[in-house]
Design a protein around this ligand. Structure first.
Ligand SMILES: *[C@@H]1O[C@H](CO)[C@@H](O)[C@H](O)[C@H]1NC(C)=O
Ligand SMILES: *[C@@H]1O[C@H](CO)[C@@H](O)[C@H](O)[C@H]1NC(C)=O
Ligand SMILES: *[C@@H]1O[C@H](CO)[C@@H](O)[C@H](O)[C@H]1NC(C)=O
Ligand SMILES: CC(=O)N[C@H]1CO[C@H](CO)[C@@H](O)[C@@H]1O
Length: 521
């Protein structure tokens, strides 16, 4: 009977999930607004915390079909995130928008149950991204959903003129701390001369795509294993907060964190919070207008007149040759297309970056590394019984038409070689552009994706090459590769283009004395 009950519970949970995803969006919306309102009001009526209110709600459910049990389960998994969102003082409408449970489709009216939002959120009205940017400056005080895990934390979500990277604002100081009380001179004027930010135009590798390995290893599985599920999903399975370009938090997903941003910040504390990870899983050589409402590059926040210059790192390292189509070669970007895409992007950047900025074009990776290192090894899901190799995984994914890279993740050597050849041609397009083009607002450089240097460095530290690849997907660079990549990028820049990094700020110590260590974000 116990096993039977478990099966019943399982199938009811599955049933609920299915019903939920099949529900028309407007009904999802209604349910979300209802549940969030009830939780908020329960907390109000009983003068309790949101967490207690959530538990109370579960208590009220009938025991039949173990609805209570499932409610507790759902609360344990999704509760912490939900509570965080609710406690940001948004009303139910806004909570549901920000949970993306209520999408506003183009041309659809925006429906609000509550007439007076607790705060007004003009940007959600204008465009629906980013969801949690309340003052429309594209910076946010909320971590996930493209919030400050992706860009420096908004220093004042009530004022659109205060944000990281602004030249004439006390953006890196907390409000009201911008002026030295001794002489009335703004600290920024005293301490900061050469600030700049870093912006990544990248793909899933740049955004630090990672599916936690512990989700795949039965022997280690517990309820705790999935505690990062809501965080992971609201960040699109990306961990930009640990990435090699914009990472600033200590990694909780293995390896360690090292990033161009962190190094820029340590070099000059005035570069505080000035980073943007404008990456998107699956992005190819950037096209300025992929879709009218989600143009990746136009979500870049930089005011040409008011902001500090930026270092823009362009790194679409594989998706131009990788795809899941059976006739994969036909769907690769050609050198001509690459040229046109990149030129469009550069024109856009020239029209939007402050004078004195820098653009670094990164070449494509040589993905043969993946097959060579992994095909004989066991995937985490196959480690208990030694029965699933990466070769098996790749061919299963291809069969499902879900292989992210049918050509490099393939047992066909001819195809793998051909793919690397195309990748090299595309890299050469970038190299040639960097060599020959001049722009008014930035200088431009090219660098190869430093896979060889990363592998050498890791080898010299006693590591093994396969550890440079994400274990779960067998495709993306791992946290270790990402951190080592940052170090190699930095050393190369110091050697060859030191001016892009700016000088070391002699006031770093004073800045820290006045403002403390704010963790760099
Ligand atoms: C609500 O709870 C808080 C903290 O537990 C307490 O300080 C406050 O007085 C309570 N308010 C009411 C109206 O009971
Ligand atoms: C990361 O960890 C190190 C050592 O444990 C600590 O000194 C540092 O402050 C941490 N950094 C952040 C951003 O939390
Ligand atoms: C391997 O790939 C090449 C290039 O796409 C193709 O011509 C060849 O038929 C493939 N070989 C096999 C055994 O599928
Ligand atoms: C906050 C943020 O970074 N937002 C954008 C990042 O880039 C993607 C697309 O590349 C946009 O969808 C986000 O809105």
């Amino acid at each position: 009977p116990k096993a039977q009950r478990k099966m019943l519970e399982g199938s009811v949970l599955l049933f609920l999930c299915r019903s939920w995803t099949r529900l028309r969006p407007e009904w999802q919306r209604l349910w979300c607004v209802y549940v969030v309102s009830i939780i908020e009001q329960l907390a109000q009526v009983h003068n309790s915390t949101t967490k207690e209110a959530l538990e109370r709600l579960c208590n009220f459910l009938p025991e039949k079909l173990n609805l209570q049990g499932m409610c507790y389960l759902a609360a344990a998994i999704f509760g912490p995130h939900l509570i965080k969102v609710i406690e940001t003082e948004m009303n139910a409408d806004m909570v549901c928008y920000s949970l993306k449970l209520c999408k506003q489709d183009a041309g659809q009216p925006r429906c609000l149950l509550y007439h007076t939002p607790k705060v007004s959120y003009p940007c959600i009205m204008k465009n629906n991204l980013p969801y949690e940017d309340f003052d429309g400056d594209k910076f946010s005080a909320f971590p996930t959903l493209r919030g400050y895990h992706w860009r420096g934390k908004d220093c004042n979500d009530g004022r659109p003129t205060v944000y990281p990277g602004r030249r004439t604002q006390k953006s890196f100081f907390f409000p009201n701390q911008g002026v030295d009380p001794k002489d009335g001179i703004p600290y920024e004027q005293k301490f900061c001369t050469e600030s700049k930010g870093v912006i990544l135009l990248g793909d899933s590798a740049g955004a630090r795509f990672h599916i936690p390995t512990e989700w795949m290893t039965a022997a280690q599985l517990s309820l705790k294993s999935f505690s990062n599920l809501p965080l992971a999903f609201t960040n699109e399975l990306d961990w930009p907060q640990f990435s090699g370009t914009t990472g600033y938090l200590n990694s909780t997903i293995g390896g360690w964190t090292d990033s161009v941003y962190l190094r820029l910040y340590r070099r000059n504390r005035c570069n505080h919070r000035d980073f943007q990870n404008i990456s998107k899983n699956g992005i190819m050589s950037f096209i300025v207008n992929i879709t009218p409402c989600l143009p990746p590059i136009s979500s870049m926040a930089r005011n040409q007149l008011l902001d500090n210059p930026a270092i823009v790192i362009y790194a679409a390292i594989g998706n131009d040759v990788c795809n899941g189509k059976p006739d994969t070669v036909a769907h690769m970007t050609t050198p001509e297309q690459m040229h046109s895409n990149v030129m469009q992007t550069l024109d856009y950047l020239n029209g939007h970056l402050p004078k004195g900025s820098h653009v670094i074009l990164t070449g494509l990776v040589d993905g043969r590394f993946l097959w060579d290192q992994l095909h004989k090894r066991y995937h985490p899901l196959g480690q208990l019984n030694n029965d699933i190799t990466y070769e098996q995984l790749y061919s299963f994914l291809s069969c499902l038409q879900a292989n992210p890279c049918n050509d490099w993740l393939s047992s066909n050597k001819t195809l793998r070689d051909l793919t690397s050849e195309r990748a090299l041609q595309l890299s050469n397009v970038l190299k040639e552009i960097a060599r020959s083009k001049k722009y008014a607002n930035f200088d431009i450089f090219y660098m190869d994706f430093p896979l060889v240097e990363i592998a050498e460095e890791w080898h010299s530290r006693g590591g093994e090459a396969w550890q440079l690849i994400e274990p779960t997907d067998g495709f993306h660079p791992s946290q270790i590769a990402s951190a080592l990549g940052a170090r190699i990028f930095w050393q190369k820049a110091l050697r060859e283009w030191p001016h892009i990094l700016g000088k070391e700020n002699p006031f770093n110590k004073q800045i820290e004395d006045v403002f403390g260590d704010q963790g760099g974000y």
